[in-house]
Design a protein around this ligand. Sequence first.
Ligand code: MN
Ligand code: MN
Length: 464
Amino acid sequence: MSETKNSYENLTYQKKSFYEIFADNEAMIESAYAYARDYMTYLDAAKTEREAVDASIALAEAQGYRPYRLGDKITAGDRLYYNNRGKNLFLIKAGTEDINNGIRIIAAHIDSPRLDLKPCPLYEDHGMGFFKTHYYGGVRKYQWVTVPLALHGVVILNDGTSVTVTVGEDDADPIFYINDLLPHLGRAQGEKPLNTAIAGEKLNVLIGSRPLSDAEKDGVKINVLKMLNDKYGITERDLTTAELCVVPALKARDVGFDRSMIAAYGHDDRVCAYPAMTALFECADTAHTDIIILADKEETGSDGATGMQCEVILDLIDCLADSLGGKSSVIRANSKCLSSDVTANFEPNFPEPFEIRNSSIINCGVSVAKYTGSGGKGGTNDATAEYASWVRNVLDNAGIVWQIAELGAVDAGGGGTVAKFLSKHNIDTIDIGVGVTAMHAPYELISKADLYEAHRAFCAFLRA
Ligand code: MN
Ligand code: MN
């Protein structure tokens, strides 16, 4: 009987819940919940990539990290950060061992789907003032109507002054809103497919309705412009070059009677960025060189100077090689990378696009994806069996609760990550991240257990 049980245990692969594995270890569960509280504080401070860079720098400076400029000499033991245009951050811990042994890299992204203001956003229609938006990343547009919204961003004034705008986060602030039809008159709209019922050009953000009393025309618009000018010195012309983002005005909250989950805007991919960064801080004593990359523009394809496809990563490795006496090509060949991005949790209410045997299950730990892609693994990185099994051993030896997972059923859809933009530099790379429920929704959901196991997995990787 027990022999049969043993051989079943030994011969099969079974996913196990964090709560089953640590059923007798209340301290472990409490540690996961405590870690989640700090993560939620970070989330609320970091709703855009710019804010994530600022919040991350604050944490890094508290750990002794200091700014790095390309070309500066690096010494073994240095803790540095490279701030790329305020939107992409590299945390670098220069190790004491031979740099040619390679670097440990964990790459996550800090941009999230949202609504960006168009260059000429402001207009007035039948008594209501609006901002026109162009959505950023993959959003389900119907989810963004009638939810509280906040405005975050940067406006550079004519004289070069940079003005930071944040409206809708303080409880005393107003919020913004996107109108929808009432059910009584929503019959025709309700018959449209979900993807087209709310068109992109309908995502106009309501920002006011009170006209300036002595305005000749466009009183609501002029009143808003006057208020913006009084408070920030902004004119409509300044908006043409601004970066203003509309994000949900929602704070991270515990979910469930047991408080085992967190709902928040932007888990994807701060739920990997934060554990990667804190793993670097926690594993300060390792001998090899580590880089944590917090990338921008993943949600739109990783293009541009702040996306993972920018070659600044190669420049930084060149700087490390020059300073520490190595060769870039050798360093890259010997480096190991985790592309840490979220995956989709199996969804019991909508199981159709999932394949249960290969899906991420909530609370079964951090999810490793050997490959991503869509339509026959299109666009995949597909880690080698050798590297995937090396990672598997690292996680197992450290007692990490982890699971293997694929994003969804074959041909149900799919997605990519930054993995292929690192592996193309001859760096072994595998995807690993936290399972998310309702990914890319204004309010996404994750498990505290899975978050904590991501952090512990990144620590195990940096220590291996
Ligand atoms: Mn992501
Ligand atoms: Mn995403």
